[in-house]
Ligand binder design. Structure first.
Ligand code: GTP
Ligand code: MG
Length: 437
């Protein structure tokens, strides 16, 4: 039961619409809710993992550790402070994995210091989005990269040809995607098999994934392996119900929570309490969709990431491919889009740009100077659903503070341009002219 302790305009609106409290929240969506202290939830406080204060304090030290060796040491101490029960199993696993990843990183660094030429696994982002081609060996990852970009890569009938990430640029309409072929993904990658940690690290840092399988082999079994490794590495390709983003700020910045969606089973106060108990006191927190306190805690540990993905089944030119594609589609069961292609004949590749664009959930917005006749040729890339304020912030972090109004040209408006304010939701292809005070 949710009870409101101090009635106020805010809580009255909430209780009036008690069946659908998210409505009331959306009305206030752009407000800083922690600054609005006149509402409280009384009795729903649950702690997902119930960590003792000592452990939470230790996590703060982990979060501020800069050097990997120090971080490993602190993570081990943190692990020792986690009570061992069912509720903390996931967390324990994740911490162990983080320790293993860091250890490998340290070893890798030592090794490359000696040889001076180890593979480079961190890829600088370029273009509208960074997409990783992830899949087992010989499915045709290099063939895809060669077919859609101008990258020079080795294609061969021998397995494990690609040993380090290979990038290329893939043009789509007036933008370009950066496509990176990862080395092959093997079973057990999430536990460090092969170059598993590094390969999954690439996926974790990317904006989207192409999960590639091969119709000349067993594509369903291959995809099942990819799914398992991604899940073990806590990389999810299905949109989460809710999303919590924590952007840590400089000391003294304070804690600001933007509730853009709805909290399930807890209130803003509980979120604030949980954050403070982990000493997350200087941060901007954005909560979207439906989120639980569990989701907030996972965001503190930076455990789960969501990476939009498409499945590409290659080599549809081989005999017997059709049945395998049907079986694969049954296995996927609409969880993610399946695109049958042949990198050899080019069949199916023509729609790839559009499919990626849609899966990524992005849009292009063009800006125009007040005095100019034409808009800028290069668009800004924003998440679908973004507003004029998001655009202003992207142009310059403080720009929106001088904002007076904007004029928008859009296909979906009956009359263009239309004068709009910061909350105006933009669409792909919109042209925006921002007027400053
Ligand atoms: N029939 C057919 N063969 C293909 C197709 N695409 C790739 N191949 C062949 O599949 C083999 C492997 O292709 P690669 O592109 O090297 O595969 P990869 O996934 O990059 O492999 P590794 O980097 O070694 O893990 C090569 O012999 C390619 O010629 C296709 O669409 N149809
Ligand atoms: Mg390859």
């Amino acid at each position: 039961m949710v009870k409101f302790v101090k009635p106020s305009v805010f809580s009255v609106i909430l209780s009036l619409s008690s069946r659908k409290p998210e409505k009331a929240y959306t009305t206030f969506s752009k407000q800083i809710l922690t600054d609005n202290k006149n509402y409280e939830f009384e009795d729903i406080v649950f702690m997902p993992t119930n960590l003792p204060a000592e452990a939470k304090k230790k996590w703060d030290e982990v979060a501020s550790a800069r050097n990997p060796n120090e971080k490993i040491q602190l993570l081990q101490e943190f692990l020792g402070l986690i009570p061992k029960h069912k509720g903390t199993e996931k967390l324990q696993k994740q911490v162990k994995r983080q320790i293993a990843t860091l250890r490998r990183e340290v070893e890798e660094k030592k090794r490359t210091k000696i040889s001076k030429s180890g593979p480079k696994f961190f890829m600088e982002k370029e273009g509208a989005a960074q997409i990783i081609i992830l899949g087992p060996t010989k499915v045709g990852r290099s063939s895809l990269l060669a077919a859609i970009t101008n990258a020079k890569v080795e294609i061969s009938d021998y397995p494990f040809t690609t040993r380090e990430p290979a990038p290329g640029m893939f043009p789509f309409e007036d933008i370009q995607f950066q496509i990176i072929e990862a080395p092959p993904l093997v079973k057990g990658a999430a536990d460090g098999e092969g170059m598993g940690m590094q390969v999954l690290g690439l996926a974790r840092n990317a904006d989207g994934l192409i999960l590639m399988v091969d119709a000349s082999q067993n594509p369903s079994a291959q995809l099942s392996m990819i799914f398992k490794e991604l899940e073990a590495a806590r990389i999810f390709f299905q949109k989460p119900r809710g999303r919590v983003d924590i952007e840590r700020k400089f000391r003294g910045a304070g804690l600001r929570i933007f509730l853009l969606g709805r909290l399930v089973g807890c209130g803003v106060k509980d979120v604030e309490e949980l954050l403070r108990s982990y000493r997350v006191v200087d941060a901007v927190v954005r909560i979207q969709g439906e989120a639980t306190l569990d989701d907030v805690e996972e965001a503190i540990f930076e455990a789960n990431v969501y990476r939009p993905a498409i499945v590409m089944v290659n080599k549809i030119d081989v005999a017997g491919a059709e049945e395998k594609i049907e079986e694969l589609k049954r296995f996927v069961n609409d969880r993610v889009k399946v695109i049958p292609v042949s990198c050899k004949t080019g069949q199916g590749l023509e729609s790839l740009g559009r499919q990626l664009f849609d899966a990524l959930g992005i849009m292009r917005v063009y800006t125009k100077e007040p005095s100019a006749k034409k808009h800028s040729p290069k668009p800004f890339i924003l998440k679908r659903g973004a507003t004029v304020q998001d655009l202003a912030r992207l142009i310059h972090s403080d720009f929106y503070k001088q904002f007076s109004y904007a004029r928008v040209w859009s296909k979906r408006l009956v009359f263009s341009p239309q004068k709009v304010g910061l909350p105006f939701v933009l669409d792909d292809g919109d042209v925006v002219e921002i007027r400053a005070k």
